[in-house]
Write a protein that binds this ligand. Structure first.
Ligand code: IGP
Length: 267
């Protein structure tokens, strides 16, 4: 069974939501990522979304964009990312499924089949693809399904119900529910319409619903755990690395502590 499915099956039985930090591969370089991922798993991440830096980002806010720039300044190559993920997933007792987050243009350039196969060889269990139109996702969805690789697409607050139904059909593993209209980045409060958005999606699919965009505090995680199957935090985590700057040991410690704090309300 795909590790994402077994994870959510286990969490459902425990009535617990998943905590999923987003980290940019190669921020600030790939050697640091190799250290960071196991530390974040130890701190309580149930699965991890790993961003593939891209020079022409789509929905990424300033914090994530800056992390891509740091990575690309070190001439990061996709092969280095896959190698780091492969070694991470091959660690003894490794249990946190890895999910890639890459622009469709990046997958397309490599060839979707080649990307999926390279990802699977590297122990990656699925891919968040934020910018493939659902009309064009069918082929990708089939490619992924045939290989038991999970394809995770996004539903936003402005996605029409007709379109949302198509998106969840093309998805596997879980559905990425974008909480706010706009780009990634910490927000003070999450929209009150999120509850109805999730309830509506529940009538369309049995897949786990994971909420991301704007989450940055343990109180928000606590509120979300009643209504979502997973909580994704990107910018607020990445910001810790930015803030620590050249002090990598501090960056690592700050991220670990913050992940543990965010994860705590999930029990
Ligand atoms: O940064 P936030 O607001 O915590 O949101 C998560 C997000 O960063 C991560 O899932 C992500 C980073 N880049 C993306 C691009 C599209 C969709 C999602 C993402």
């Amino acid at each position: 069974m795909n590790p994402i499915d077994s994870l959510f099956q286990r969490l459902r039985a425990q009535k617990r939501a998943a905590f999923m930090p987003f980290l940019t591969a190669g921020d600030p370089d790939i050697a640091f990522t190799r250290e960071l991922l196991p530390a974040v798993a130890d701190a309580g991440a149930d699965l991890m979304e790993i961003g593939f830096p891209f020079s022409d980002p789509i929905a990424d806010g300033p914090v994530i964009q800056a992390s891509y720039t740091r990575a690309l300044n070190h001439k990061l190559k996709i092969a280095d990312v896959f190698a780091a993920l492969r070694d991470t997933a091959a660690r003894p007792n490794w249990s946190a499924p890895l999910v890639s987050m890459a622009s469709y243009s990046l997958m397309f350039k490599m060839g979707p089949t080649a990307f999926i196969e390279a990802a699977q060889k590297s122990g990656v269990s699925g891919a968040v693809v934020p910018d493939v139109p659902v009309e064009e996702a069918e082929e990708l969805s089939k490619l992924a399904r045939d290989r038991d690789f999970k394809l995770i697409l996004l539903v936003t607050p402005t996605t029409s119900p007709e379109r949302a139904a198509k998106v969840v059909q093309a998805c596997s593993g879980f559905v990425y529910v974008v909480s706010v209209v706009g780009i990634t980045g910490a927000r003070e409060a999450l929209p009150s319409a999120l509850r109805e958005q999730l309830a509506r999606l529940r009538t369309m699919t049995d897949l786990p619903l994971c909420v991301g965009f704007g989450v940055s505090r343990p109180e928000q995680v606590r509120d979300l755990k009643e209504i979502a199957d997973g909580v994704i935090v990107g910018s607020a985590v990445v910001k810790k690395l930015e803030a620590a700057g050249a002090d990598r040991a501090k960056g690592l410690e700050d991220v670990k502590r913050f992940v543990a704090e965010l994860r705590a309300p999930l029990g």
